[in-house]
Design a protein around this ligand. Sequence first.
Ligand code: CAA
Length: 297
Amino acid sequence: PVGAPDKSLAKKITKVGVIGAGLMASQFALLFVRRLQVPVIITDLDQARVDKGVAYIHDEIGKLEAKGRLDSDSANKLRSLVSGTTDKSLYADCDFVIEAVFEEVGVKQQVFGEIEKFIADDAILATNTSSLSVEEIGSTLAHPERLVGFHFFNPVAVMPLIEIVKTPQTSDAALSTAFVTAKGLRKNAVLTADAPGFVVNRLLAKVMGEAARAVYEGTPLLTVEKAFAPIGLPMTPFQLIDLVGWKVAAHVQDTMAHAFPERFFASENFHKLAELSEVVDKDKAGRVTGWSKSAEK
Ligand code: CAA
C-alpha cells in the first residue's frame, strides 16, 4: 500500500497483548490467535470482564469446530493460546499490545501508561480507536514512536479492512510491523491520515447521523430502513447502528460533530432521537443488549 515502509523493518510478533475484553477486543484477540498462532493475553478492569471475553473466544472457537473449520486438536491448541488476567505485569514479554478500551483519550493514555512500565522498549503499541487522534493518545507515552493506529471493523472475522494510522512520531518499525501483521491476519490494510474518523467512520457516521436526523425530523425508523435497503449496501443505517452498538455509534457521532460541527449531526440530537423514537432504547447498546429485537417489532 502507498506509504507502507520496507517490510524488512517489521518486528516479529511472538506474543500479543490485548487490553480490553469487550466485543471488539475479544473478536480481534481471536483473530490474532487463529491467524498468527501466537499466545494472546487479554486484560480488563476486573476478572469478570476478562472471563466474559475469554468465554466468548472459546465459544467462537467451538462454533468454528462445529462448522468443521477447525479439527479438535487445532481448536484445543487455539484455546490454550488464549489467557486472561488482570495482572498487567504479564504483558512484559508481549511484542505487540493493542487496546480497545473506552473511546476516551484519557482512558487510553492511562492504560498505555500502565502497560508501558512493563513492556520492552521496542515493543509496539497499537490502538483500535475508531475516531480519536492517535497522536494525542500517544502524547503521554515515554516512547510515542512505538504507537500506531490499527482499526478493525465489526464483525472482525469477516470485514476485510484494517485502517492503519501513522502519527508524525510513529517509527518505520512500528508502521512496518502494523502492515505485516495486517497481512498475517489476512486483512487488507490502508494507511490513513490521523484525522477524526479516519476514512470509514467518517463516511459511516454521515450515513448513521443522517438516518438518525431523518427519524428525528419525523420519518419512521423502519421507513428509513425500507427506503435505504435498495441502495444495496450490506446493511441499512439502523442495522449498522445496531451492529456497531448504539452507544459506540453515538460516541463516534460525538467525535465527528466535535471535530466538524458544521458537517456532522450533533450527538445531542442523536440522543434526542432515542428519546423520541418508540423503537430505540437509549440505555441499550445495540446487539450487545438486543436492541435489534425491539427495532424489528
Ligand atoms: N462474527 C463472526 N462471523 C460472522 C459474524 C460475526 N459477528 N457475523 C457474520 N459472520 C459470518 C457468518 O458466520 C458467515 O460466514 P460463513 O458464510 O463462512 O458461514 C458470513 O459472515 C456471512 O454471514 P451471514 O450470511 O449471516 O450474513 P450476511 O451475508 O448478511 O453478512 C455481514 C453479514 C458480513 C455482517 C454483512 O451484513 C456486512 O458486511 N455488513 C456491514 C458491516 C459493516 O459495515 N461493518 C462496519 C461497521 S463500522 C465499524 O465497525 C467501525 C467502528 O469503529 C464503529
